[in-house]
Design a protein around this ligand. Structure first.
Ligand SMILES: [Fe+2]
Length: 291
């Protein structure tokens, strides 16, 4: 595929998400070619591009159009530090990892709605996930619009949430899977950080609720009321009508705005089927509040 004309955009959901065609992102893009894609990202929050077979080098080159990449952590790491490998395959043998192996249990944190790297002092701009090997069924990724979530909150609740700051940490999401699962090293590498509970897009001003599985409690609030409000926001914010599921095909590339959506993985048969996805994560440019 050559980039011969303007990109075409087809909406995937009434509120957010779009499939983009008419561009080959596996080859270097000029600023003029990338511009409309970046604009579509700011507008639609999730972009799906199909039939874009990526290797690691091409994925890095494409991802860097959005900005510098984050070093990432993974329970099943690939060579190099910019990939978060999402897979049930052992990196060395290529064989499926037994489901009771800690590397598989650790990945279950992905089943909870979250925003990638909200546990870092400077949270990410976006994630880019490419499908290298897909199971024939299951393993969808679901997305939820946090702009829609914000817009649907009653005005009084918006006024309560608007000034709030929450503490995010990796330990909060991992403890949802199994308390104590996080290693001592990861605990000390990722101490809790503070994030605003709303985020405004710097270009179009659209506001999004900023919560998710790494979000542990509201700064300055007693445990009980904090837990209750976070649960209420999660319930109100992740209503089915604010979500859609992406069913992966090999060659798919999906880009999502971690400032404006939550996402979660869904199960597949990890004993019978092989799955290999590579994620790059583009760094944000500033903390959401002073740390
Ligand atoms: Fe994720």
């Amino acid at each position: 595929m050559r980039n011969t004309g303007p990109i075409a955009i087809r909406r995937l959901h009434p509120l957010f998400g779009a499939e983009v065609t008419g561009i080959d992102i596996t080859r270097p893009l000029s600023a003029r070619e990338f511009g409309p894609l970046r604009a579509a990202f700011e507008e639609h929050s999730v972009l799906v591009l199909r039939d874009q077979p990526m290797d690691d080098e091409k994925q890095i080159a494409f991802s860097e159009n959005f900005g510098p990449l984050e070093p990432t952590l993974s329970a099943n790491p690939a060579v190099g530090t910019v990939f978060a490998r999402q897979s049930n395959l052992d990196i060395n043998t290529g064989e499926t990892i037994p489901s009771d192996d800690m590397r598989m249990i650790y990945q279950k944190a992905n089943y909870f709605w979250h925003s990638d790297s909200s546990f870092k002092p400077v949270p990410s701009l976006c994630s880019i996930l490419t499908a290298r090997l897909c199971p024939p069924e299951g393993g969808d990724t679901e997305f939820c619009s946090m702009r829609a979530a914000w817009n649907a909150l009653p005005a009084a609740l918006q006024a309560t949430v608007e000034p709030l700051v929450a503490e995010h940490a990796l330990v909060y999401s991992r403890n949802r899977v199994q308390p104590g699962i996080l290693s001592a090293k990861a605990l000390s590498d990722y101490p809790p950080v503070r994030q605003r509970m709303v985020r405004d897009n710097p270009l179009n001003g659209r506001r999004a609720l900023y919560i998710g599985a790494h979000c542990g409690h509201i700064v300055g609030w007693p445990r009980g009321t904090s837990d209750a409000l976070l649960e209420e926001l999660t319930l109100r914010g992740t209503r089915p009508e604010f979500t859609f599921a992406h069913k992966w095909r090999e060659g798919d590339v999906v880009i999502w705005d971690n400032r404006a959506v939550l996402h979660r993985a869904t199960a597949y048969d990890t004993v019978k089927h092989k799955r290999l996805m590579q994620r790059t994560t583009v760094a944000g440019d500033a903390p959401t509040v002073p740390q």
